[in-house]
Write a protein that binds this ligand. Structure first.
Ligand SMILES: Nc1ncnc2c1ncn2[C@@H]1O[C@H](COP(=O)(O)OP(=O)(O)OP(=O)(O)O)[C@@H](O)[C@H]1O
Ligand SMILES: [Mg+2]
Length: 483
């Protein structure tokens, strides 16, 4: 095309020849030969004036199928002869089919370009949505090939990049899971067309976490399932909260029951104690009057007295669990409480043989509503348990630190390297009378009392334990006033 323009330019001695395409947004320069610039406005003006003879710029319409397809503009320094004008018009007409074709393909190009941009935009939008989800998500087709793989699945210790995953089979990517099991899970969804949901525990991040896996059928057409969407949501915190809630409910129920029973037992106990005491006085009187009394009568009374004392202790302990005494509360420094406990325990014979490390955070905020005596009682019980767990030698660490929010602002941990607690037993240790210690060594009330006291302080007590490795008991208290 530029070649024919060049010929026309030479034949007419024109400064410039240019072809203008009639585009929807106005006239648009497409090809030009020469150095001077014919402007769109000039061409528009001449086309509007419908006067090809005017001035030094000659404009011939290019018409294709009765439709103006464009214009041929020629800039000359003289008036053109009539046959030269005919030549310009003839060249214009010759160019018509080609211009029309060029226009069509250009429109097509624009259309394809805008469609492609639109599709790409939609694809990115969908990708952004699945990437923004706080769950791991992937989609496989009937050949078990991965068709989508979101950002969450790319991150983490076992993350796999999208480039690596897309197009491969799920068995190649999730190679840690038995392929038969994976296949069965997907086939279940393909054949039944129903959502499958289950929980799974994994150590992939280095710690035990629980995931809720959901497999959702997807149909591209109307009938058969063509793809399966799998989402994996980390529900560890949710599950722990559920368990805490269930445990709190259970302990509250036990507490209520215990409080009722203890109330009923307290009165007869007091009666027994009073009767034993009067009986003692009576025996003294009899003795003073010179009468003989059986030798073991005094011993029996002594036993009754001791046993009543023991029962009282248990009753008090249980009451501390179900309804701790309304003690005076004030601003308390948790570090001071820990230090006081250590001081009290320093003289314990077994304690002297152990290594107790304390790592106290000096920047700890105070707990505004606490009773330091009761908190000392809690740490004492935790340290005694730790001591029992490690046996004769070992390390116990007492640590305080700031919590993650003011509601859980002060944290104190007692960590031991003792025998640990089996997972199946963890939910029972706060129940009153749960003990694994030999008869006479433990009543199983220590942790229930701790639970009751910490509960009464609007805090919470947590435990992490690995059998054979040790345990950490964590007391979490608010650093903001409650109620
Ligand atoms: N640090 C620990 N390591 C291992 N097991 C523990 C630890 N702390 C508590 N336990 C387990 O929890 C049980 C209950 O503890 P809890 O303090 O309530 O009662 P106890 O120590 O058995 O008796 P008590 O405290 O009334 O003398 C213990 O018997 C023990 O099995
Ligand atoms: Mg104990």
């Amino acid at each position: 095309m530029p070649q024919c323009l060049e010929l026309l330019r030479t034949a007419l001695g024109a400064a410039e020849c240019a072809i203008w395409l009639h585009a929807p947004a106005g006239i648009r320069r497409t090809w030009g030969a020469g150095v001077e610039q014919v402007t769109g406005t000039e061409v528009e003006a001449l086309l509007a004036a419908n006067d090809p003879s005017s001035g030094v710029l000659v404009v011939a319409r290019i018409v294709s199928a009765d439709r103006r397809a464009g214009a041929l503009a020629v800039r000359v320094s003289r008036t053109l002869e009539p046959d030269e004008r005919v030549l310009v018009t003839a060249v214009g007409n010759l160019l018509a089919p080609e211009i029309a074709h060029a226009e069509k393909s250009r429109l097509l190009e624009v259309e394809v370009e805008s469609r492609t941009t639109e599709i790409e935009r939609e694809r990115r939008f969908t990708e952004k949505i699945i990437d923004a989800l706080p769950v791991g998500l992937y989609v496989i087709d009937r050949e078990y090939r991965i068709q989508a793989w979101n950002r969450k699945r790319e991150t983490g210790m076992q993350g796999v990049s999208r480039e690596e995953a897309i197009g491969r089979t799920i068995f190649e990517i999730l190679h840690r899971q038995p392929p038969e099991m994976l296949r069965r899970e997907f086939d279940d969804v393909f054949t039944t067309g129903r959502i499958q949901e289950y929980q799974m525990e994994s150590l992939a991040t280095g710690e035990l976490r629980t995931y809720r896996i959901t497999k959702i059928p997807m149909r591209l057409g109307d009938s058969a399932v063509t793809h399966v969407i799998t989402t994996g949501e980390d529900v560890t915190e949710w599950k722990e909260a559920q368990q805490r809630f269930a445990q709190a409910e259970k302990l509250a129920a036990i507490g209520q029951l215990a409080a009722g029973v203890m109330h009923e037992i307290n009165n007869p106990l007091a009666t027994i104690a009073a009767c034993a005491e009067s009986l003692g006085f009576k025996l003294d009187d009899v003795k003073k009057a010179g009468s003989a009394i059986p030798a073991d009568a005094a011993e029996y009374l002594h036993i009754i007295d001791n046993e009543v004392g023991r029962c009282k202790q248990i009753v008090d302990g249980l009451l501390d669990f179900s309804r701790p005494k309304q003690a005076m509360k004030e601003r308390v420094d948790l570090n001071e409480v820990v230090e006081k406990t250590l001081l009290l325990l320093k003289h314990h014979v077994r304690f002297k043989r152990l290594t107790v490390n304390s790592e106290l955070d000096p920047t700890m905020a105070r707990v505004p509503q606490a009773n330091s005596e009761q908190l000392v009682q809690v740490f004492m019980a935790l340290l005694l348990n730790a001591m029992d767990a490690i046996g004769d030698r070992g390390i116990i660490t007492l640590r305080t630190r700031r919590g993650k929010s003011i509601d859980e602002g002060a944290v104190a941990e007692v960590t031991d390297q003792g025998h640990g607690i089996a997972r199946s037993e963890l939910s029972k240790i706060f129940e009153p009378f749960y003990t694994t210690k030999a008869p006479g060594r433990g009543t199983g009330l220590g942790l229930s009392i701790c639970y009751g006291i910490i509960q009464d302080h609007s805090g919470r007590i947590e435990v992490d334990s690995v059998l054979g490795q040790g345990s950490t008991f964590r007391v979490i208290l608010p650093t903001v006033e409650h109620q």
